[in-house]
Design a protein around this ligand. Structure first.
Ligand SMILES: [Ca+2]
Length: 231
């Protein structure tokens, strides 16, 4: 049976649109998430609470974390609250995008927290920088309607490996955080070193122990390369 002319043209148009849509989606690069358990669905998995903080303190509350550890100091706790070790390469000239939800439990002004990224360059030099230091005045007090704080950073050409994400308390205030995301396109996110065994858990002073772990060392660029760069 012969199709009516308009129907034939309609099918041709649909086919064209489908092919266009497929080719468009094939060229779109999606960002890769760097932070593990950023929404605290798995409680504190993959997060390390700073050892300077009272170990009895639990920052978790209803699937979010407090950024206000207890302190006997008059000024409150200052320093790293939580961090996550990372093993991300392919970062040279790459822009990373940070996003996290914050809300405040008590009114505060100025800067309460800052978010720090640490990386090695291809000479093995360590660098760290603040990707975002939000003004607490502008942060929501409503847990149901938190403020989404964002920040971006473009790594320099010599950047080699992103190794840590850290939230540091730098001033007065009581903030909560959730939905922490750091993402970039074209990067390689690898597993982080995990301690798999310690030879002795305790012993007198001087006892030597062996810690077994998968360790990544800073990359040192070779002085020459046998592979010619492609134009
Ligand atoms: Ca959550």
């Amino acid at each position: 049976m012969r199709m009516p002319h308009f129907q034939n043209r309609f099918i041709t148009l649909c086919t064209f649109l489908l092919v266009f849509a497929i080719s468009f989606s094939a060229t779109a690069v999606s960002a890769t998430e760097i932070i593990r358990n950023g929404d605290f669905t798995s409680d504190l998995s993959d997060w390390i609470v700073d050892p300077d903080i009272d170990p009895a303190w639990n920052p978790l509350s209803s699937g979010a974390i407090s950024l206000n550890p207890p302190s006997t100091d008059y000024n409150g706790y200052l320093g790293t609250v939580v961090h996550q070790n990372l093993n991300v390469t392919g970062i040279a000239n790459v822009q990373v995008q940070l996003s996290m939800d914050l809300w405040k439990m008590t009114a505060s002004s100025g800067n309460t927290v800052t978010v720090i990224l640490s990386y090695f360059d291809n000479e093995g030099q360590f660098h760290d920088f603040d990707i975002v230091t939000p003004l607490s005045d502008n942060i929501s007090s409503d847990p149901q309607n938190p403020t989404t704080v964002t920040g971006t950073f473009t790594f320099p050409a010599e950047a080699y490996k992103l190794v840590a994400f850290e939230i540091e308390k730098i001033g007065y205030g009581n903030l909560m955080a959730d939905n922490i995301s750091l993402a970039a396109e074209g990067i390689t996110v690898d597993i982080v070193p995990l301690i798999s065994g310690i030879s002795a858990g305790e012993g007198p002073y001087g006892t030597s122990i062996t810690i077994t772990a998968r360790i990544s060392v800073p990359f040192r660029a070779p002085s020459s390369s046998a592979i010619a760069p492609t134009a």
